[in-house]
Write a protein that binds this ligand. Structure first.
Ligand code: ACO
Length: 341
């Protein structure tokens, strides 16, 4: 018997299950920071921010409202929507670049807040692509039958790492969280295919240099403002349009779908001009893209998760429709996921 025959015959490896999104939820902090507010903080204007990015306002979490609070609130809504009890969750994956603290992982802190006592927990860090990475990792646990209920939370308090003196970055970001419950599906519905990628050679384009093993926190790292997000926006922009377009087209091809089969595209919400560029390149009208960046700005991993929840609640798609998620972020990472709702 060859190795591959032995593997197929292994009774402990069941046939693969489809993973379906059984429920979604999102949570935004209540404080709104408008472009007019930012005009009072740095040398900028509503006109510049709106014309260059499409962003009008963003949400900012309170000092005592951490990433785990935002994530837990979104998670509870997703569980309610899915009709799943917290104690039935097998695994929590939290996608974030703004954990409550370097360790323990934020998923464990969310577990405690929602009472998911049985769950295994870990964080996953792929910046703005984090929700797509989290869904794909969660899908694989469902596919193998290892877990029945996986909670993927994408939560960010980007305001905690924002340099409020840097007009190049502080106008772009906001706080929020989204969550999705993955369950096995008896039908063909569910996640069809994900394409994920990364190019570490471009890691320097978006980073927070301080606080890790390379530059442990010190008076010097604080004085050098190394504990804030740094970004070379113009460079990232070019890679974002190309990376998102290629990931979207590749995923469509591998899924056996055409652009016209897609009812709604849920893109990462960094900049409306990036999304217009992607729409052009993949040949899908902009109206099919769900946009909420004018209200929330770029919420890193949380952006696509919140877009999915809001678009679903607004009835932008119905059961059986094909959706495409596409994202891009620090790493540089990128990804796209096709699914049947
Ligand atoms: N207000 C006014 N002027 C500004 C501001 C501001 N807030 N910010 C920058 N400027 C100035 C710059 O100083 C520059 O002036 P100069 O020409 O005199 O040097 C000028 O505006 C133009 O700057 P650019 O950087 O060329 O502006 P651009 O049109 O590229 O827009 C932006 C900048 C919005 C950052 C854009 O490049 C972008 O969206 N990049 C991609 C961001 C992204 O996708 N990030 C992904 C993930 S983030 C993550 O993973 C956490």
């Amino acid at each position: 018997m060859s190795a591959s025959e032995a593997k197929t015959a292994n009774p402990f490896i069941p046939s693969l299950n489809n993973a379906v999104i059984a429920g979604t939820g999102s949570h935004l902090p209540s404080r709104v920071l408008s472009n007019a507010d930012l005009e009072k903080m740095v040398e900028t204007s509503d006109e510049w921010i709106t014309s260059r990015t499409g962003i009008k306002e963003r949400r900012i979490a309170a000092a005592d409202e951490y990433t785990s609070h935002l994530g837990a609130a979104a998670a509870l809504k997703a569980l309610t929507e899915a009709g799943v009890k917290a104690e039935d969750v097998d695994l929590i994956i939290c996608a974030t670049i703004t954990p409550d603290m370097p360790f323990p992982n934020t998923a464990s802190l969310i577990q405690e807040k929602i009472g998911a006592r049985r769950a295994a927990c870990f964080d996953l860090e792929a910046a703005c692509t984090g929700f797509l990475y989290g869904l794909e990792v969660g899908r694989q646990f469902i596919a193998t039958g290892a877990h029945q209920t996986v909670l993927v939370v994408a939560a960010e308090k980007i305001s905690a790492i924002t340099d409020w003196k840097d007009r190049n970055t502080c106008v772009l970001f906001g706080d929020g969280a989204g969550a999705a419950v993955l369950r096995p599906s008896a039908t063909a519905r569910g996640i069809i295919r994900s394409c994920l990628g990364s190019n570490g050679a471009l890691a320097h384009l978006i980073s927070m240099p301080g606080g890790g093993s390379q530059h442990p926190a010190s008076l010097e790292t604080v004085n050098n403002r190394e504990h804030f997000l740094k970004m070379q926006g113009r460079e990232v922009y070019k890679h974002a349009v190309l990376g998102m377009s290629q990931a979207a087209l590749h995923t469509l091809q591998l899924s056996g779908l055409k652009a016209e089969d897609i009812t709604c595209i849920l893109p990462h919400q960094a900049n409306v001009r990036i999304i217009e560029g992607v729409a052009d390149r993949i040949g899908v009208p902009l109206e099919k893209f769900y946009l909420n960046l004018h209200r929330y700005g770029n919420m890193s991993a949380a952006s696509v998760a919140i877009a999915m929840d809001e678009a679903a609640r607004e009835g932008r798609f119905k059961r059986g429709d094909f959706l495409l998620m596409v994202a891009f972020g620090a790493g540089l990472t990128w990804g796209a996921t096709a699914l049947q709702w």
